[in-house]
Design a protein around this ligand. Structure first.
Ligand code: ADP
Ligand code: ZN
Ligand code: MG
Length: 333
């Protein structure tokens, strides 16, 4: 039988380190430390009759990321309602972007096992985070401090072909977000979360196989383990002559298995429609160019410079440049 090759595309959710939330004036607080429901208002708890207002700083941060990912930034993008019911979503919909995202068609170069590898970025869009549920014995609690925190979704093309590449891409993204000052990279606090789409295909084939989407990946370890599990599971199905069912699966952290949650949801299940309470988002060219001109030296450039200036090996340079604080410390020593 021909070898099966894994194909992986990642959706990365990153909270943006703004002072206030995406559509209201509530402070963004550390959701692992603050008193529950201490930073909430009528808007981020979805009271009837309230109106959202777009956070300009969140847009600026999103543009920063989009430019660093070599994306085209849309001068006009649209917010949309993604409708679904869940107790951590008090409005009954999430404000997101659907048809016209803030940015698209970029790339991120990562260091792969054998030289640099380009991972194409499909789109980058702005949305809002949900609240958080805490399940207790016989009841659940909800904390809305996180509800309405600006969230950036970064969607790659299916350009990753191994667990190692997937990890490197995720690490490179986290490093980039830290360099840009838009995210702390503190995985323990849940400020970056992954969803991995995994499929297999015969080695050499150009067509994509049927994929499953793994939700609920909150660490690099979970990402790597879940993708490995899913590759092995699909390989077993296909090797036995079966077919992979397109589905959304959840990663069970304790049992280290994926559990089927539902057959894959489609866009129409969410009844997306343009958010009637927000105008189209217009971003002036001049502002985009200003943000571009203020971008810091990015990890790949710094790595190359450290190798050239200090004669470091690729490995040492990449270790020293992963975190901006470490790179600055090294350069100043
Ligand atoms: P959805 O919104 O339904 O999750 P998208 O088409 O936006 O769908 O794809 C989401 C992610 O899935 C992207 O990162 C994309 O690269 C990846 N993807 C799509 N098809 C496949 C596939 N056959 N195998 C692996 N990844 C895939
Ligand atoms: Zn609020
Ligand atoms: Mg998806």
């Amino acid at each position: 039988m021909t070898e099966l090759e894994p194909v992986i595309g990642l959706e990365v959710h990153a909270e943006l380190l703004t002072r206030s939330k995406m559509f209201c004036g509530c402070a963004v607080v550390d959701s692992t430390a603050a008193e529950p429901n201490s930073s909430v208002c009528e808007i981020c708890t979805g009271m009837p009759g309230t109106l959202p207002v777009i956070n300009q700083r969140a847009v600026e941060y999103a543009v920063r990321v989009a430019l660093a990912l070599n994306c085209s930034v849309a001068e006009t993008s649209l917010f949309a309602r993604k409708n679904y019911f869940y107790p951590d979503l008090p409005k009954g919909f999430q404000i997101s972007q659907f048809e016209l995202p803030l940015a698209s068609d970029g790339w991120l170069d990562i260091e792969a096992e054998d030289g640099d590898q380009r991972v194409r970025i499909h789109r980058v869009h702005l949305e809002e985070d949900t609240g958080k549920l805490f399940h207790r014995e016989g009841y659940s609690l909800v904390d809305y401090n996180r509800s309405g925190v600006p969230l950036l979704e970064i969607v790659s093309e299916p350009d990753l072909y191994s667990i190692e590449q997937t990890k490197r891409y995720a690490l490179a993204l986290r490093s980039l977000l830290r360099y840009l000052g838009v995210n702390s990279g503190d995985m323990q606090k849940g400020v970056i979360r992954f969803e991995a789409n995994v499929s297999l295909r015969p080695q050499g084939s150009l067509e994509l196989g049927t994929r499953t989407e793994i939700k609920n990946l909150n660490s690099f370890r979970a990402l790597a383990r879940a993708v490995a599990y899913e590759i092995a599971r699909q390989r077993a199905v296909l090797s036995a002559g079966g077919r992979v069912q397109q589905a959304t699966v959840g990663w069970d952290e304790n049992r280290e298995i994926t559990l089927s949650q539902r057959s894959k949801e489609e866009a129409h299940d969410y009844r997306y429609f343009p958010e009637p309470d927000l105008p189209p988002l217009h971003i002036e060219r001049a502002w985009i160019e200003q943000i571009r001109s203020e971008l810091p030296e990015l990890p790949a450039a710094k790595r190359a410079r450290f190798m050239a200036e200090y004669g470091l090996s690729a490995y040492t340079a990449s270790v020293l440049t992963e975190e901006p604080a470490v790179a600055d410390y090294f350069a100043s020593a």
